[in-house]
Design a protein around this ligand. Structure first.
Ligand SMILES: [Zn+2]
Length: 271
């Protein structure tokens, strides 16, 4: 499943190239998770101003309104001057003066949704409950601590829920908790301020490194399923059950939390 770093890498791969492009036509394939919400002809003639990201949504700003694009479970975006004819899994295509933007999504859990503005109900429904953006300046230790203080659930679960901080998926949550030396089952509310500060830094570190790694393998990304993520290749704990901790040599353990696998080092993450 594409996680925040993959979405950010996707954004970086076409944001500059599409900026300033005029929409010539829009073509839809099979139904995606949510309908576009406007007639495709309504988008013709509009200009793409920029591509931003909020959580796992790409926000394609137009001179009037915006498109919210989500990759779902299996989506990937391509943007190029020319592309081969659309295939059976290409369900959104926008021809512009700078090239073709195409969403390929075999499982169709992704979507492209139009909204008149970020405050319009269609946009608020998708973006309204998102927590702080981990790679932006508004992700501050003080607010992160306050947000966690209100939550009794296990810290790993709270990170995955996305309402305190957004986009910290399963792999990245396990890795960040390891780096911060925090046991994934610990109640979020019990974390002290210094430990929250450590976790805050670890989350940014893990996500930034993943974006950098994705960026360096961009060519492969569009064809990647996104299932594993490049970051797993040198993970400290994720997917390493029974293997020696890279720091202390203790065998890595795994457990299930809310139907998701969590990996941790019982020695480096004592509590
Ligand atoms: Zn260890």
């Amino acid at each position: 499943m594409p996680e925040l770093p993959e979405v950010e890498v996707t954004r970086l791969s076409f944001a500059d190239a599409i900026a300033g492009a005029k929409v010539l036509s829009v073509c839809l394939g099979k139904a995606l998770r949510w309908p576009l919400g406007c007639a495709t002809t309504q988008l013709v003639g509009r200009t793409v101003l920029a591509v931003r990201r909020r959580g796992k949504y790409l926000l394609i700003d137009l001179d009037h309104g915006l498109l919210l694009l989500h990759l779902g479970m299996s989506g990937s975006v391509r943007f190029a001057k020319q592309l081969p004819p659309a295939g059976v899994h290409d369900h959104f295509e926008m021809l512009t003066t700078h090239g073709i933007l195409r969403l390929n999504d075999p499982r169709r859990f992704g979507a492209v949704v139009y909204a008149d503005s970020e405050d319009a109900p269609e946009a608020r429904k998708l973006l309204g409950k998102l927590g702080m953006e981990p790679l932006s300046d508004d992700f501050e230790v003080k607010q992160f601590y306050a947000g966690l203080k209100r939550r009794k659930a296990a810290i790993k679960q709270v990170l995955l829920a996305g309402d305190v901080v957004v986009g910290v998926g399963n792999i990245y949550a396990s890795e960040a908790l390891f780096l911060a030396g925090i046991r994934p089952t610990l109640s979020a509310a019990r974390l002290t301020r210094p430990r929250v500060a450590k976790l805050h830094a670890a989350i940014q570190d893990v996500l930034q490194r993943a974006v950098a790694k994705g960026g360096s393998t961009l060519r492969d990304f569009s064809s990647a399923s996104g299932e594993n993520g490049y970051f797993q290749l040198d993970a400290m704990v994720y997917g390493r059950e029974g293997q020696a901790c890279r720091v202390c040599g203790t065998p890595i353990k795994s457990l299930r939390q809310g139907q998701r696998s969590t990996f941790y080092c019982p020695n480096c993450q004592k509590a």
